[in-house]
Design a protein around this ligand. Structure first.
Ligand code: NJP
Length: 237
């Protein structure tokens, strides 16, 4: 049988690159995101199966999970930052939205697919965290807090699944050239360029290659976590 990989947030950036790389590796990929037009184009290109998915909406997650009959690999990738304000002027709505998509989004999809992952003899959950899950950086308290929570969720899941044939891993990328900063700075490209000046970013393919490497290790090898920075970054930028 062909192994099945599920990728959330597959309509751009790291998620889309991961769909391409896992498809090339021989997985039947099932992908979800809100921008279905983007997914349909990627489905045409890769043979992956597209479903609408909003990880902040329980009904959407339920419908997505119900459409999946088999799951050997789950890549929890949907997420992002909203705003870059200091705590003194933090917008509570942004913080709530960031926890909803980054933390509860991972919780909802993981919870929904655990029964399918348990049916696999060699399952892997790879969650895309962030450098912000390790070292808080200035310019995004809510994102830092949310990704720290993602790190805790990953580690608790690993403890809960110990002894079962399900590997649990988190990849923490540094700066990756995707639509991330467009969302973070609400389309203000000048502000994004100023923050990221002088840093040559990683590409989405760089991170997708980490995903394929992790899932193709022998079943007893669990790559617990991976911090992937650009050469121009330290862990506190
Ligand atoms: O960004 P982008 P990345 N339900 O904006 C989807 C982390 N990261 O590839 O729904 C379902 O190109 C959205 O799809 P759509 C970051 O935190 C990045 O860089 O159609 N999906 C799109 O496909 C995130 O966890 C950097 O709008 C939802 C995807 O998420 C992951 O990498 C650094 C959704 C975002 O793609 C991928 O982000 C770092 C929802 N409610 C961590 N909301 C970096 N780029 O520098 C969004 O440390 N999506």
């Amino acid at each position: 049988h062909t192994p099945v990989a599920v990728v959330t947030g597959a309509s751009s950036g790291i998620g889309a690159a991961t769909v391409r790389h896992l498809s090339k590796l021989g997985f039947q990929v099932v992908m979800g995101a809100r921008r279905l037009d983007r997914l349909e184009a990627l489905a045409e290109e890769t043979g992956a199966i597209a479903h609408h998915l909003d990880v902040t909406d329980n009904a959407s997650v339920d419908a997505f999970c119900a459409a999946i009959g088999r799951c050997d690999v789950l890549v929890n990738n949907a997420g992002g930052a909203l705003g870059a304000d200091p705590i003194e002027s933090a917008d509570e709505a942004d913080w709530i939205a960031m926890f909803d998509v980054n933390v509860l989004g991972v919780l909802r999809v993981t919870k929904g697919l655990l029964p399918r992952l348990r049916e696999s003899t060699n399952a892997t959950v790879v969650t895309i965290g962030s450098i912000a899950a390790r070292e808080p950086y200035l310019g995004g308290g809510g994102y830092n807090a949310a990704k720290h929570a993602v790190g805790a969720l990953t580690r608790v899941l690993r403890l809960e699944l110990l002894g079962e044939p399900i590997r649990v891993c988190q990849i923490d990328p540094g700066l990756v050239e995707t639509e991330f900063s467009v969302v973070r700075f609400r389309g203000d490209q000048d502000r994004a360029d100023a923050v990221y000046a002088g840093i040559e970013p990683l590409t989405a393919d760089d991170i997708a290659e980490c995903v394929t490497w992790i899932v193709s290790r022998p079943p007893h090898v669990n790559i617990d976590s991976m911090l992937v920075l650009t050469r121009d970054q330290t862990s506190a930028q």
